[in-house]
Ligand binder design. Structure first.
Ligand code: IPD
Ligand code: CA
Length: 306
């Protein structure tokens, strides 16, 4: 009797395990089908946003407003792109949330929950855009359960569309890309930025790091867009990038694209990335990330989640 009930329980446990296994597979498949739909939708909207940017880039009298400093600016096109993306996505995906640069500037949501959340920088490289300097991009990421699932960086002037989906690799215009794998500082081309703040301590750190790094690395570059700097690391055209003072929308898409291209994205101290800390270091290899991190004079802006 006891033996019979024991073997019945064993069968039940086996069946329960099987059902749980099948359910997990089904849930994964359904999530994948959903992310396919999300990906198609955002690709279409990003192309439309790109057209808004190319239509307006050569206008030398763009309507511009000042935000946190006299070099932190927003144009009508930044706002129009953010609206186009948010309206288009929320019409199709009613339960999705948003963190958008210009919406946050106007006092909107800056809180990441487990809900599917689109993190949007409508024009990264706004200052470039104002000057008709053709290095600006739309940068969009979708986070689900606080993990990046989709990342898109699109420079419509250069016709460069960087894409990544979690576990599926990173691509430029449909062709798979990979980081350079460089490990030595003296062979590295490093992206850095002056940023959009006039804070004296922050500017001092920028100068100090430039001075320290210049004799030790192969070259320093600044594209004027955090997202495009990260895209260059993913492409293997640059080997590392760091910045103090960025926000989550500057790096959200770049993080996934670099990781899917085989690179690393961490905190400049060498710790794990904290997405609201306003600090980032991306590199083509963990070795290069560690070497760069040890060289850097650190700066700690007030985090966005403090
Ligand atoms: C800025 C650019 C710039 C970086 C700043 C960002 P915006 O974003 O990415 O390269 O140095 O930290 O805020 O204002 O052009 O969207
Ligand atoms: Ca930006």
């Amino acid at each position: 009797m006891l033996r019979a009930s024991l073997s019945i329980s064993a069968v039940c446990i086996k069946e329960f395990r099987y059902i749980s296994f099948v359910s997990i597979i089904l849930i994964r498949k359904m999530t994948e089908i959903n992310t396919d739909t999300f990906y198609e939708a955002i690709l279409k909207l990003t192309k439309e946003a790109g057209k808004l940017i190319t239509d307006n880039i050569n206008n030398r009298n763009k309507l511009t407003e000042v935000k946190a400093s006299d070099i932190d600016l927003v144009t009508e096109t930044d706002k129009a792109v953010e609206k186009l993306l948010m309206d288009g996505l929320s019409k199709q995906f009613k339960d999705h949330k948003f963190i958008g640069e210009e919406t946050v500037s106007a006092g909107g949501n800056l809180h990441l929950t487990d809900a599917p959340t689109w993190i949007i920088d409508p024009i990264d490289g706004t200052l470039n855009f104002i000057h008709s300097f053709p290095h600006s991009c739309v940068s969009v990421a979708l986070f689900i359960e606080k993990k990046p699932e989709i990342g898109i960086i699109y420079n419509p002037m250069m016709n460069q569309l960087f894409t990544a989906r979690r576990g599926k690799g990173a691509f430029l215009n449909g062709n798979q890309i990979h980081v350079s794998n460089k490990k030595a500082l003296n062979e590295a081309l490093i992206m850095l930025e002056g940023g959009t703040s006039r804070d004296t301590e922050k500017m001092k750190t920028v100068y100090q790091n430039q001075q320290k790094l210049m004799p030790k690395v192969q070259g320093l570059r600044a594209l004027g867009s955090a997202a495009l700097n990260m895209a260059m690391v993913a492409l293997g055209a640059a080997d590392a990038y760091f910045e103090f003072g960025i926000h989550i929308w500057d790096i959200a898409a770049g993080e996934l694209i670099i990781k899917e291209a085989g690179g690393v994205v961490i905190d400049p101290s060498g710790d794990d990335l904290k997405r609201f800390s306003r600090r980032v270091l991306a590199a083509s290899s963990p070795e290069l990330a560690e070497k760069l991190s040890k060289e850097l004079v650190q700066f700690y802006p007030t985090p966005d989640d403090s």
